[in-house]
Design a protein around this ligand. Structure first.
Ligand SMILES: *Cc1c(COP(=O)(O)O)cnc(C)c1O
Length: 360
């Protein structure tokens, strides 16, 4: 067996310990005589799995009691519609456009009401986070929406927008559990788990309880109404059982590593290794303004498309895979999520140094 260093933006690397444990439990989960894939989602043994997962997530993020945790399907993209369907009571919301995922959420919201562009960094290919200290937010808005870490462009909000008292909704797919966050600053937090937490197929929503009501837009499907899911503790229908089980294992892994404060420290160390190298390299350069750099997704270029291609091909041969940038930006992108060991980043930088040396 040989595992590569996988820099994929998602689905992405998972902790090896978690994969091994899951492998050990594959045929017979804790004496049940079956795998987690084969058991009823209404069984006692599965109930323990999903309840434990929720409890561990609550511990990790210090989620207050007045927030519900939902394990849902449909990915982050489905929440692009669920958010306006559940929240757009006054039919108006503000969106900050910092990349493709924010833009997609914005386009989706337009189908349900008035989505207002509050700010955008499209003028410089989303390479920075706009000033969000004094946005044209009005009282008649139901919520203000951000994508907190921009997976494709490699930017992250270092301070949350001043929402002037309006509820904040955040897509945290690619920074979820990479560092502590103050849940009370948000009305809704959601993330597809395949970036930093688990296998594709699960999206986790953390929603302030007063926002979970029957007062949703007419025509909202039963499945997309948060109240349906909340009343049934994420078991209205068959949930993505195996995915939730793996997320639960990752939560335990994070706790064993020391929690999110410790993860933040490690993620800062890892990112620094790569950014420090990029800042002094004469071949490679980062594409994001320094103060808005993501700890999770690091895009970089040589400035020459052919050389980019050659680098990606040689890196792949050397066991550093999925470094090709997103199809809309080109260049390279190294995603260095929680489960990417420091060694992976160190070795990548060594490889980049050698490549630079041989391409002078
Ligand atoms: C990947 C990603 C999405 C889309 O996730 P799906 O689960 O594929 O729908 C949305 N937002 C962000 C920030 C992402 O990184």
């Amino acid at each position: 067996m040989s595992r590569v260093f996988n820099f994929s933006a998602g689905p992405a690397v998972l902790p090896e310990e978690v994969l091994r444990e899951a492998a050990d439990e594959m045929l017979d989960y804790k004496g049940s005589g079956m795998s987690v894939m084969e058991m009823s989602h209404r069984s006692k043994v599965y109930d323990d799995i999903i309840k434990d997962a929720e409890k561990d997530l609550r511990d990790l993020l210090n989620i207050p009691d007045n927030y519900k945790v939902l394990f849902l399907q449909g990915g982050a993209s489905q929440q692009f519609a669920a958010v306006p369907m559940n929240l757009m009571k006054k039919k108006k919301a503000g969106y900050i456009l910092t990349g493709q995922w924010a833009k997609k959420a914005y386009s989706e919201a337009k189908m349900y009401g008035e989505a207002v562009e509050l700010a955008s960094s499209a003028d410089k290919t989303f390479s920075y986070i706009p000033d969000v200290s004094d946005l044209p937010i009005t009282e008649d808005m139901d919520y203000v929406y951000i994508c907190e870490n921009n997976t494709i462009y490699g930017t992250k909000y270092k301070t949350l927008p001043n929402t002037k008292g309006i509820d904040l909704v955040a897509d945290v797919s690619s920074c979820f559990l990479s560092e502590p966050m103050d849940v009370t600053k948000y009305a809704v937090i959601y993330g597809g788990v395949q970036k930093n937490v688990g296998p594709a197929g699960v999206v986790i929503d953390i929603i302030r309880e007063d926002l979970i009501t029957d007062d949703v837009l007419p025509g909202t499907p039963t499945m997309l109404k948060w109240k349906t899911q909340s009343d049934n503790d994420s078991l209205y229908n068959t949930p993505p059982c195996y995915g939730i089980y793996i997320c639960g294992k990752v939560f335990k892994w994070l706790k064993a590593m020391g929690g999110l404060g410790e993860m933040k420290k490690r993620n800062e160390e890892k990112a620094k290794i790569l950014y420090d190298y990029l800042d002094q390299s004469s071949l490679f350069k980062g594409t994001v303004v320094k103060e808005d750099r993501s700890l999770m997704n690091v895009p970089f270029v040589t400035g020459n498309e052919d050389l980019d291609k050659e680098f990606v091909a040689e890196a792949t041969k050397a066991g550093f895979v999925n470094l090709k940038g997103h199809r809309t930006v080109g260049g390279m992108r190294a995603s260095i999520y929680n489960a990417m060991p420091k060694e992976g980043v160190e070795k990548l930088v060594e490889f980049m140094e050698k490549f630079e040396e041989s391409h002078k």
